[in-house]
Design a protein around this ligand. Sequence first.
Ligand SMILES: Cc1cc2c(cc1C)N(C[C@H](O)[C@H](O)[C@H](O)COP(=O)(O)O)c1[nH]c(=O)[nH]c(=O)c1N2
Length: 215
Amino acid sequence: MNITDNERDAVYKTIFSRRDVRSEFKPDPIPQDVLERILTAAHHAPSVGFMQPWDFILVQSDGIKSVIKKGFEKAHAESAEMFDENKKQQYKRLKLEGITESPLGICVTCDRSRNGPVVLGRTIKPEMDLYSVVCAIQNLWLAARAENLGVGWVSIVHDSVFRDTLGIPDNIDIVAYLCVGYVSHFNEKPELEKIGWLPRQNLESVIHYDKWSSK
Ligand SMILES: Cc1cc2c(cc1C)N(C[C@H](O)[C@H](O)[C@H](O)COP(=O)(O)O)c1[nH]c(=O)[nH]c(=O)c1N2
């Protein structure tokens, strides 16, 4: 099956217009069929040895969200102290989550012992299971964008907050907490690029050639 030019353009449009969403969430509920499509997209990600080590915990209740938000506030204050004085003030002003504004949170976990201790492709590099879960998250992020849904990844929360509120046992790794919802708009550029936190690097600066190639 070949991809048509229009279909190819739609894929690139989705990739380049995907954003990390924090401030722009609207409370509108996500229809069940849309939610099923983005979760199915995540579930069709590549995974080492076809391990499919992910689980998706859907967070809809305000009570749980507010506990997670409190966990964010604590970790955020702790994190601010790690930056030098200049960056600290800028960091404190940034909006880095939309936990209570988004209608849905998704906690994405990794069951590192799924399908037994020896997994094809993970025998030498055990972290491949975690990377597989990140592939699932990226699939979800792009599928969500194609549905005009925003996603924001929140990583400034201690794992213990998710373990306690969502009952996640110690043998399960917590990979991501995603805020998901419809948005007022998608920004054209990453927020951190727009405010001058960091620029986008030139593509040329991240491409390297082996020492025998002619370039
Ligand atoms: C693993 C991981 C973890 C985080 C993020 C991303 C990823 C990949 N990002 C979002 C990040 O800041 C953003 O992707 C970049 O700034 C680029 O912007 P766009 O995603 O292109 O809009 C993110 N953003 C935020 O506001 N709070 C957070 O805790 C995190 N954590």
